[in-house]
Write a protein that binds this ligand. Structure first.
Ligand code: XMP
Length: 514
């Protein structure tokens, strides 16, 4: 029996495919993103209550443009086509799509749009609003049975609808925030047209996952490498709730964590009766890193050492039946869709040795987006400082100390980074930026403190806003906040006499300095 209703998102290579999926899930409807090449039999077997076609870079009249099996229109299931998806629907069902003959019919950006609120897709919404367009093609003739449902000054058929068959198409992107009421339009598709029940909640997911994990694991032993990041922490909490004593979490503290971080991670798991192994391997890692200043060499040493430590610990545990990994849905989409695949440049230090002997891998978060993982963490009563933790690189502070790494430099950086985070939190800005941290440069300069000359380190502050971490902009932190951070750092942290703020976007810079 199917556990919950499902909406299928057929991906035609659009840049917003994940965004559409997240929007659907925000409305408590489960959805999955699959390639447009998915065979009809597989689609049928998924038993979707609705199908959404994404946008894509192709033009439907080009011979090699992506096309799905036209049998999807025979399933009796509502379809919403977005942008390319809309044009594809029109073309397959007997309409005509051509290149826009003149520039005025080609639309890009924010566009004033008039909606027919008699159409279920726009039910209850204002008749006028801004929509986000990016299309160069034009629907010269609508397929039989379709009516116009929205227009703009340049384009008569911004939205089309065949209510009797439940087929809807929009030339704009309702999933993008620039489209006013876009989220409400998707909601209308889900609830008014597909008759969704809204049965996707994290509370329910938690209950079902725990039952499924218990059934799978039986009396087996489970091993999990805990990094303290959001994904591995939430996976650990879920397993802890499900199998308690049968779970061993190995938390390798490589001595390159931020202030208090190791203790915070340990404290978060204190309320579960699990085997929690904290390996304090700081001295071991620092020994290996001694005198090393090349960033890639640092990464390599830390990665290898991490695996070695983890392997030693798992051998001490003895029998391991299941290994848990914190894979989340964006990783699944990126590795599975082929055409739009993005290969990640960084692999987490949590990358595990192949030679730990186990029966099977459990990936309990495979279906979840990051915001859902956080929500699940809250359901499991993980503290907010874990649930909302910003990304932290596996090699930790090692790549935030330029040049060689020593214990005194780590101590300086930990204090300065802590003050920066503290002041950002005091200013209520922590959710306004996606990653922020301090970097200890290897540069010293002259300063004056009291009556004396100093010759100390320059500390750099870095803060970025980003959605995907592939590109990023530097955060516009108010001057008075920067001022407080700078004053506190030079007063409270010995050996820093200068603070600078990094105002470079990515590209051309990267987020981390190494
Ligand atoms: P960059 O510096 O490449 O960083 O713009 C993008 C994102 O990746 C994180 N990062 C890493 N994560 N191991 C990791 O697990 C690494 O070696 C590593 N290097 C960078 C970085 O913090 C940012 O979120």
């Amino acid at each position: 029996m199917q556990e919950h209703q499902l909406v299928l998102i057929l991906d035609f290579g659009g840049q917003y495919n994940q965004l559409i999926a997240r929007r659907v899930r925000e409305h408590n409807v489960y959805c999955e993103v699959k390639s447009y090449k998915t065979p009809l039999a597989e689609i049928k077997a998924m038993n979707p209550i609705g199908i959404i076609f994404t946008g894509g870079p192709g033009s439907v009249y080009e011979a090699d443009s992506p096309k799905c099996d036209s049998g999807v229109f025979e399933l009796g299931v509502p379809v919403l086509g977005i942008c390319y998806g809309c044009q594809l629907m029109a073309a397959v069902l007997g309409g005509e799509v051509t290149p826009a003959v003149n520039d005025s019919a080609r639309e890009y950006g924010k566009t004033a749009t008039v909606y027919d609120t008699g159409c279920l897709l726009f039910k209850g919404l204002p008749t006028e609003g801004v929509s986000w367009m990016s299309h160069g093609d034009y629907m010269a003739k609508l397929p039989d049975g379709f009516k116009l449902a929205a227009h703009s000054a340049a384009c008569p058929n911004v939205a089309i609808a065949d209510a009797s068959r439940g087929f809807y198409g929009v030339q704009f992107h309702p999933e993008v925030n620039h489209t006013e009421n876009g989220s409400a339009m998707l909601r209308n598709f889900l609830y008014e047209i597909c008759h969704a029940e809204g049965d996707w909640t994290m509370e329910d997911f938690k209950k079902r996952s725990i039952a499924a994990i218990r059934e799978k694991v039986g009396d087996g032993q489970v091993l999990l490498a805990l990094s303290g990041g959001v994904d591995s922490s939430v996976a650990a909490a879920l397993l802890a709730e499900a199998v308690g004593q049968q779970l061993t979490c190995v938390f390798v503290d490589h001595g390159l964590l931020r202030k208090n971080e190791g203790d915070e991670v340990e404290a978060a798991f204190a309320r579960w009766d699990i085997n929690f192994v904290r390996v304090d391997a700081g001295a071991r890692f620092l020994g290996k890193l001694s005198g090393v200043s090349d960033p890639e060499t640092k990464r390599k040493i830390i990665g290898e050492e991490f695996i070695r430590v983890f392997e030693e610990e798992s051998h001490k545990i003895g029998r391991v039946d299941y290994l848990v990994q914190g894979t989340i849905y964006p990783d699944v989409i990126e590795s599975g869709l082929g055409d739009a695949a993005v290969i990640k440049s960084h692999h987490n230090v949590g990358g595990l040795p192949e030679y730990v002997d186990f029966k099977e891998i459990i990936e309990p978060l495979r279906q979840l987006f990051k915001d859902e993982v956080r929500q699940l963490g809250r359901e499991l009563e993980l503290p907010e400082y874990i649930v909302m933790r910003q990304p932290f690189p596996g090699p930790g502070l090692a790549i935030r100390i330029i040049g060689d790494i020593t214990e005194p430099k780590l101590a300086i950086l930990r204090e300065a980074d802590f003050i920066f985070r503290d002041e950002i939190a005091n200013a209520g800005l922590d959710s306004a930026m996606n990653q922020y941290f301090a970097v200890l440069t290897n540069m010293r300069s002259v300063g004056v403190m009291g009556d004396g000359r100093t010759y100390d380190y320059t500390l750099a502050l870095r803060s970025v806003t980003t959605t995907d971490f592939m590109t990023a902009d530097w955060a516009r932190i108010p001057y008075d906040v920067l001022d407080r951070v700078s004053v506190r750092i030079v007063n409270e942290v010995p050996h820093i006499n200068r603070v600078v703020y990094d105002i470079t976007s990515k590209p051309p810079a990267t987020i981390e300095w190494e």
